[in-house]
Design a protein around this ligand. Structure first.
Ligand SMILES: [Zn+2]
Length: 302
């Protein structure tokens, strides 16, 4: 019971910190002190991907670098409002440009770290194609992006011990083939990357639905109270549970249609309204058809 009581206290503290913790706002974005010395920059111009930074007594760790050098510069300014300590490590949770195209601003950190598939995808022609794709989106400052690759990569997991923290970087495929999440035991916090979207239908352009569900089941094994998603506001366990429930709903509804031998279009016409009703408060509802297609193609081939 004592442990449970502490958890509720921590959750209460977390909510009050969030309520008063908006410390500043660059244009469009807002920096939230999620937990002591752990900040997340939410929203932003162009794309709403999150950047998180942890200030340790030795220096700063940055997770994800936003969509352009211009947006990354804003993050750097936010960091400098808090500390003059050096930026030690930069981590990319996956390869998507809205999490990596600001890397060049942090290239002087000791290392840019990611799963090996992130480097593979951003390297050479596939990286250029990804950047060209982002350049079609009319995002201010996109032309200044120079793809800056992770220079330390890993396969399954790695750990960083820095300034009194142990950061566990764990590969968990789902949103892409190179996702990682970061568990910070000392803060009972998981930085999920795009394995979790908060209040938004997730992007599934290169996702693996079944692996994604398995990865979230695995994530559930970690003792955490704070979840910092790739998009949307940080929050407690309900943020994580809502994402898993969304994927389970998508899977269940699509499987039902597949069992009845329905075509993709018939499946979309039945599942889209059902998911729209269930998730009507979420953003990106126009991505539902693409999500249904991704799940349909994956489970149809099993
Ligand atoms: Zn992504």
């Amino acid at each position: 019971m004592a442990v449970k009581g502490l958890r509720w206290l921590a959750a209460g503290l977390f909510i009050s910190i969030l309520a008063v913790g908006g410390v500043c706002s660059a244009e469009g974005s807002k920096t939230v002190e999620v937990w002591k010395k752990l900040f997340t920059v939410v929203n932003g111009d162009g794309i709403d991907s999150n950047t998180t930074f942890l200030i340790t007594r030795e220096g700063v760790v940055v997770v994800d670098t936003r969509v352009t050098p211009m947006e990354a510069d804003k993050v750097l300014k936010e960091i400098r409002k808090q500390t003059d300590l050096p930026i030690l490590y930069t981590i990319n949770t996956h390869y998507h440009g809205d999490h990596t195209f600001g890397n060049q601003v942090f290239k002087d950190s000791k290392a840019i770290i990611a799963h090996e598939n992130v480097r593979k995808t951003l390297f050479g022609p596939s990286g250029k194609a990804h950047l060209d794709f982002f350049k079609t989106m009319d995002i201010p400052g996109m032309d200044e992006t120079v793809i800056t690759l992770p220079n330390i990569v890993f396969k399954d997991r790695m750990e960083i011990f820095v300034g009194g923290y142990n950061l566990r970087l764990i590969h968990a495929r789902g949103h892409t083939d190179g996702d990682l999440f970061i568990y910070i035991q000392e803060l009972k916090t998981i930085i999920t990357g795009d394995l979790v979207f908060n209040g938004k239908i997730p992007y599934m352009g290169d996702a693996y639905v079944e692996d994604w569900i398995s990865s979230l089941n695995y994530l559930d094994d970690f003792d955490a109270e704070i979840y910092i998603p790739g998009h949307g506001a940080p929050g407690g366990k309900p943020v994580f549970l809502a994402m898993r429930n969304y994927l389970l709903s998508l899977k269940g509804m699509v499987l039902n249609q597949l069992e009845e031998g329905k075509s993709l279009k018939e499946t979309q016409d039945i599942v889209r309204p059902a998911l729209t009703e269930k998730y009507k408060t979420w953003k990106n509802l126009d991505w539902l058809d693409a999500n249904i297609e991704r799940a349909y193609l994956e489970y149809n081939s099993k």
